[in-house]
Design a protein around this ligand. Structure first.
Ligand code: NAD
Length: 428
């Protein structure tokens, strides 16, 4: 059996549209910087993958066995780092693609961290707190040998939050017999979390929008309209923070659909309604609209902050924003990216736009190791410094080489990590 064949049998990565999309962007970016083909080959596959099956006793007494993964894509720059996702569509190829994006994101913003991702195929919205706790603790004990403050440091992603991280930390610490806060980031403040972590991804999205608006000579104020897809951690804080700059958030949505108000939505009222009713249906401050309609609204700024593959060749032509700020990972396919470029949409790509989360996760890890905690103002200022200088590097590449922002971000990132990989060499 050829190597190629055995790869297909084992994982079939190359056939997964999201994984393929990441490879296509990476190879196009590689051509911009004359990437060493050996480095490309290495980056095209994850370093390690672990599949785990996770038995959970459900509240009705039955045992349900869930599928979970942890993928470490690259550890050249430091310990692997990346979120854990709980969602019914989690699979190995998607988790691997997301881990690759983490490597590239961390390299782009120059963190001393590698890339990883984990996930469990489950629907946390239908599970009780006890079931989620059992699931998380068993998953943690199954991936115990891979994770650790110097090895691989998980964080929240879709369907997981600070509480999930607290359970991971507690389970890991129980095995060792002492508290190990550095094993995860995105923890509650009381057990070593960082101020400013909970809103860091949304804040970073808005910081990159501020930088983009400067370059485009666009004012951000009451005449600026914004639509946000997804109203979880990234979507809610992006909406809230851009609203605090005076911009008008006219539409938001979650998995059940969205709401629209041309005069601007009250973001806190929308959040309270969603917390209470679990759907935007019936929200008195706006009209109902679908996720599809939200993406196609004529707005100045569109922030997809839900899942991947939302803007494809089917709807790219209908996208009417001036700035597309990718809060989510992989929301735009490569074909859609080309269509958006032709239409003059300015894209702030995912690995840049949503890097605020991992930047402040890095701060949390550093603060934990030093047992010395910073003020929220310090955290936000340092976030601004790192993300705006990453924006500048990408924008300068984009201007100098006349390639779009996505290829520029990938090229700038790959250039940095490829040098590190070549210095370290390929063992043996
Ligand atoms: P979350 O679970 O807090 O929120 C996800 C949101 O997406 C929810 O509002 C959910 O209802 C909505 N959603 C789910 N399926 C949907 C669908 N089919 N259509 C429309 N909306 C849908 O997750 P999050 O942490 O906000 O992550 C959102 C995105 O941002 C993901 O792509 C994630 O990988 C990325 N991201 C998250 C972080 C972070 O720090 N949390 C950092 C970087 C990137």
């Amino acid at each position: 059996m050829s190597d190629h064949h055995s790869e297909e049998v084992i994982v079939g990565w190359e056939h997964h549209p999201f994984y393929k999309n990441c490879l296509d962007v990476m190879s196009a970016a590689g051509r911009q910087i004359d990437l060493d083909p050996n480095v490309y080959q290495r980056l095209a596959k994850p370093r390690r993958v672990l599949y785990v099956s996770i038995p959970v006793r459900m509240d009705d007494g039955t045992i349900k066995v869930f599928d979970g993964f942890r993928v470490q894509h690259n550890t050249t720059l430091g310990p692997a780092k990346g979120g854990i996702r709980y969602h019914p569509e989690v699979n190995l190829a998607e988790t691997s693609a997301l881990s690759m994006l983490m490597t590239l994101k961390n390299s782009l913003v120059r963190l001393p961290l590698g890339g990883a991702k984990g996930g469990i195929r489950c629907d946390p919205t239908t599970m009780s707190r006890r079931e989620k706790q059992s699931l998380t603790r068993r998953y943690t004990s199954e991936i115990f040998m891979l994770i650790g403050p110097d090895k691989d440091i998980p964080a929240p992603d879709v369907g997981t939050d600070a509480q999930t991280m607290a359970w991971v930390m507690d389970t890991y610490s129980a095995q060792l017999g002492y508290a190990v806060p550095g094993v995860v980031t995105g923890k509650p403040i009381e057990i070593g979390g960082s101020l400013g972590r909970v809103d860091a991804t949304g804040r970073g999205v808005v910081y990159t929008i501020i930088e983009a608006a400067k370059r485009l000579n666009m004012d951000l104020g009451e005449n600026t309209t914004v639509a946000v897809q997804g109203f979880g951690n990234v979507g809610y804080y992006s909406a809230k923070i851009i609203n605090s700059l005076g911009c008008k958030v006219v539409a938001v949505s979650d998995v059940s659909g969205g709401i629209y108000n041309s005069k601007g939505l009250d973001i806190n009222a929308a959040r309270n309604w969603l917390n209470e009713h679990k759907t935007f249906d019936g929200f008195p401050g706006g009209d109902k609209l679908s996720n599809k309609e939200l993406l196609e609204l004529k707005v100045d700024i569109l922030i997809p902050a839900a899942l991947s593959n939302q803007i494809t060749k089917e709807n790219a032509d209908k996208i009417k924003c001036r700035i597309l700020a990718e809060g989510a990972n992989g929301p735009t396919t490569i074909e859609a990216n080309d269509i958006l470029n032709e239409k003059g949409v300015f894209t702030i790509p995912d690995i840049l736009a949503n890097s605020g989360g991992v930047i402040v996760s890095y701060f949390e890890w550093v603060q934990g190791m030093q047992s010395f905690f910073w003020s929220e103002k310090d955290v936000n200022n340092k976030l601004w410094e790192i993300i705006s200088s990453a924006f500048n590097r990408v924008y300068d590449f984009h201007q100098a080489n006349k390639v779009d922002m996505r290829l520029s971000a990938f090229a700038v990132s790959i250039e940095h990590i490829s040098k590190a990989m070549l210095y370290r060499g390929f063992f043996p």
